[in-house]
Design a protein around this ligand. Structure first.
Ligand code: ZN
Length: 331
């Protein structure tokens, strides 16, 4: 059942989209990216040829349209754009761009269906970065998404200060990938570190670190303590729960579950269309519950219901509506 309007809506702040024509001015997916293991697995699973994946009836688009149409628990999702890579003089670097989704595409989605909220992406290295940021603010962006590892952004670069100040002034939160990147090809691992968000935090930007602040399966304990320390230290730092229902990050979910003092710093997100797998929690949930969850029609709902069943409180599921810049996008 949908929540009555007096309750804050449940917003999934982390959903990836791909336009129907993924090789247009709206989007680009390189051959290297299509052959990268997570994408390759998806293609093998659905027996896809590249053109079938991205054509007018592309499976990715249908999958997402159905996931949103079937939502009964989650009220709205933030559809994420992803800006290109830019070179040292601020020109778009097509050679190094492997995955690109235009801001205009997510604004179009949001305009057509109010269950979508526009999550813009502006690479601060581009020459017109501040102009594009202003344009996205004007169009109603609810957050700004960065994937520093893949976009070639160093969040600690002092030249980004004016960009951060504009974001802080507009109360536009930064959703930033943290930790190693698995789903996209990466240029560099270092910019994915949670510590590299200090400059944005010091400039007053509300920062949401994706994936709980960077679950590194090779070094889980240390990654968790770093995340916990920083979340408690910075009032304007939050972490999303995206990809927590996938094998590589489910252990991170368990860590957070054991630390209620961090619940006020968590915000719900799924990372759909990456797979949502209830079977990972066989040891924590009754078998019958796992079967029920695996039959939930929408993967966006499934992710939310798994976290609810495991014990994440309602406040985490509804925190998105407190943090996002919702004044332009409507209630
Ligand atoms: Zn993601």
């Amino acid at each position: 059942m949908r929540q009555p309007t007096t309750t804050r809506p449940i917003i999934d702040i982390h959903v990836h989209v791909l336009p129907p024509d993924a090789c247009s001015n709206q989007a680009y997916v390189s051959t290297k990216q299509w052959n990268w293991p997570p994408f390759l697995l998806m293609r093998l699973r659905h027996r896809l040829k590249r053109q079938e994946a991205v054509g007018g009836n592309g499976i990715i688009r249908r999958h997402l349209a159905r996931a949103v149409a079937d939502m009964r628990t989650v009220d709205r999702v933030v559809a994420l754009a992803l800006d290109a890579v830019y070179d040292d003089v601020g020109r778009r670097d097509s050679q190094r761009t492997h995955f690109y989704v235009a801001n205009d595409y997510v604004f179009k989605l949001a305009k057509a269906d109010d269950r979508f909220l526009p999550g813009a992406s502006v690479n601060p290295r581009r020459r017109d970065a501040l102009d594009e940021l202003d344009r996205c603010l004007e169009l109603g962006a609810v957050l700004l998404k960065w994937l520093p590892n893949s976009q070639g952004i160093d969040p600690m670069d002092p030249s980004l200060v004016p960009f951060y100040r504009r974001m802080a002034q507009a109360r536009l939160p930064l959703l930033c990938h943290t930790g190693p990147e698995y789903a996209l090809t990466t240029a560099d691992r270092k910019p994915g570190r949670l510590e590299s968000l200090r400059l944005a935090l010091d400039e007053g930007v509300t920062v949401i670190a994706a994936h709980g602040g960077g679950a590194d399966i090779l070094n889980l304990g240390r990654a968790f303590h770093t995340a916990a320390d920083m979340l408690l230290k910075y009032a304007n730092l939050y972490a999303d729960t995206s990809a927590f229902t996938q094998p590589n990050r489910s252990l991170f979910l368990r860590r957070f579950l054991r630390h209620p003092e961090l619940y006020p710093k968590l915000v719900h997100g799924s990372d759909v269309p990456l797979p949502i797998i209830p079977w990972l929690f066989l040891r924590s949930l009754p078998f019958r519950e796992i079967v029920r969850l695996s039959h939930v029609a929408s993967p966006i709902d499934r992710d939310c219901l798994i976290k609810q069943a495991l014990g994440f409180p309602d406040s985490i599921l509804r925190r998105g509506s407190e943090l996002l810049r919702m004044d332009r996008a409507g209630p």
